[in-house]
Design a protein around this ligand. Structure first.
Ligand code: DC
Length: 239
């Protein structure tokens, strides 16, 4: 396995991208970076500090300089000794749990449509990949962050199946949400993520589609592992 391999995983919300990405990173000894967690952490900061969050209609006539706000936001990933996984930290505080709430999910698509936010986070994400050796998931990883990634996967699944999975996950965590709210959130985010002006969610031309509507987690990881083996084979043929 090439230690500097970069795997980009993009796709719709609640598709299980992070589950597959984490499993792959573990199996291949690569670092895992959840780029969505970075947008969520910025959203949390905006909400905590009453920073105006523009609606898609307001984006065009925006008269607000986000740069000084972004200068105050420091995001990093640190390994949580209890779980062995990387948690996102916002200005030194572990916010991994807090950023998964419905309140954040309802605002994050608006925040991630702000150009200044995207420019700042893409810069950070590119830096994280300078040495290679990582799996990153998000919406624009194969198209914008790592257009030369060794392997690009584009994940999708039936929206109702995604909403059911998300509902179960939130309910298990004790969140009081209705299935209707979750469906609206999933469908709404799909729309906003694919229609925003700044690097909208779309499949990179060279990405491989993984539709996981009827696949188990193991089957999804096996699917990607097979693609990695193909990569290795083509590298061998180059010699
Ligand atoms: O993967 P997620 O659901 O945690 O991502 C949260 C939001 O962040 C999602 O609605 C869109 C945005 N996002 C993005 O615009 N670009 C990325 N690379 C990752 C996430």
């Amino acid at each position: 396995m090439h230690p500097r391999l970069i795997i980009a995983i993009d796709g719709y919300s609640s598709c299980g991208k992070s589950t597959v990405a984490k499993a792959l990173a573990k199996r291949l000894g690569l670092q895992y970076i959840d780029s969505g967690a970075m947008y969520r952490a910025v959203t949390l900061y905006f909400m905590q500090n009453n920073i105006p969050i523009p609606s898609p209609e307001q984006l065009h006539n925006l008269d607000f300089n986000f740069e000084p706000v972004l200068d105050k936001i420091h995001i990093e990933f640190r390994v949580n000794p209890e779980t062995g996984l990387s948690d996102v930290h916002l200005n030194g505080v572990d916010v991994e749990q807090e950023i998964r709430s419905m309140t954040i999910s309802e605002q994050v698509s608006h925040v991630s449509a702000i150009k200044a936010v995207r420019v700042r986070l893409v810069e950070l994400q590119k830096k994280a990949g300078v040495m290679g050796g990582l799996v990153m998931d998000g919406r624009d990883i194969g198209t914008t962050v790592f257009p030369h990634a060794d392997l690009k996967i584009f994940m999708k699944a039936d929206p109702m199946v995604r909403a059911e999975r998300r509902f179960k996950e939130l309910s298990l965590k004790g969140a009081e949400v209705s299935m209707e709210d979750v469906i609206n959130n999933v469908v709404g985010r799909d729309y906003e993520d694919t229609h925003r002006e700044e690097s909208p969610l779309r499949k990179a031309n060279d990405a491989i589609v993984l539709d996981n509507t009827y696949l188990t987690q193991e089957e999804q990881v096996e699917f990607v592992m097979k693609e990695i083996v193909k990569l290795n084979d083509s590298v061998k043929q180059d010699f």
